[in-house]
Design a protein around this ligand. Structure first.
Ligand code: TMP
Ligand code: MG
Length: 211
């Protein structure tokens, strides 16, 4: 049934602060879905494998300096360069579990002081997620987890600002999951949310409008 050409895949986005557990949860979700007979792939943004992604990576590791607007547009370009592949995967029935998306783009750049409305514009027209799951953790608790890798944004004071912008972006449709629970509990809740979403998409609900 996972390869049923009549049904489309779901676009599932995980968002949250650095160290909220997104990456571990995303990599647990994909094999779980596959075990349920659902075709699924793990994606992440930034995708550091492309040319644009390498520029982003150099910026994040402080090996290059870029104007704040410029790096904002590169993060967005990095999503745009994957758009057609993303859409064709979804159309042919593959569910995409995406570690960060446009919301990270807007929250992180707004936290630097860029205009919130300006930050949203380059995201208009990208495929809209079917569900956004927010892994909820306070900046302080996230910092206590350790393992901030020393990348550009991995600092408590900055993460506090990002958390405030995530609150501004937060929408009633978002599914919040308490990221401070034991990892297995977070995993169970995510599985339920994602299975519901996949089922909804299989019923043939239309692909959401862009923007
Ligand atoms: P990562 O740790 O998930 O690889 O993300 C790298 C950093 O980039 C992280 O601190 C969040 C930030 N970021 C943006 O500033 N804008 C974006 O559009 C994305 C996807 C991530
Ligand atoms: Mg990181």
């Amino acid at each position: 049934e996972g390869n049923n050409k009549a049904s489309r895949g779901a676009l599932v986005v995980l968002e949250g602060l650095d160290r909220s557990g997104k990456s571990s949860q995303c990599s647990r979700l994909v094999p779980f879905l596959e075990g349920q007979g659902i075709s699924a792939e793990l994606w992440r943004f930034p995708d550091r494998t492309t040319n644009v992604g390498q520029m982003i990576s150099a910026y994040l590791t402080n090996t290059s300096q870029l104007d704040d607007h410029t790096i904002h547009l590169l993060f967005s370009a990095n999503r745009w360069e994957k758009r057609s592949l993303m859409e064709s995967k979804l159309k042919t029935g593959t569910t995409l579990i995406v570690d960060r998306y446009s919301y990270s783009g807007v929250a992180f750049s707004s936290a630097k002081g860029l205009d919130f409305e300006w930050c949203k514009v380059p995201e208009i027209g990208l495929p809209a997620p079917d569900v956004v799951v927010y892994l909820d953790i306070s900046p302080e608790k996230a910092a206590e987890r350790g393992g901030y890798g020393g990348e550009r944004y991995e600092k408590l004071e900055f993460q506090k600002k990002v958390a405030d912008w995530y609150k501004v972006l937060h929408d009633v449709s978002w599914k919040d999951v308490d990221a401070c629970q034991p990892i297995e509990d977070v995993e169970k809740q995510l599985q339920e949310i994602v299975l519901d979403c996949v089922t909804e998409c299989r019923k043939g609900s239309p692909f959401p409008p862009c923007g």
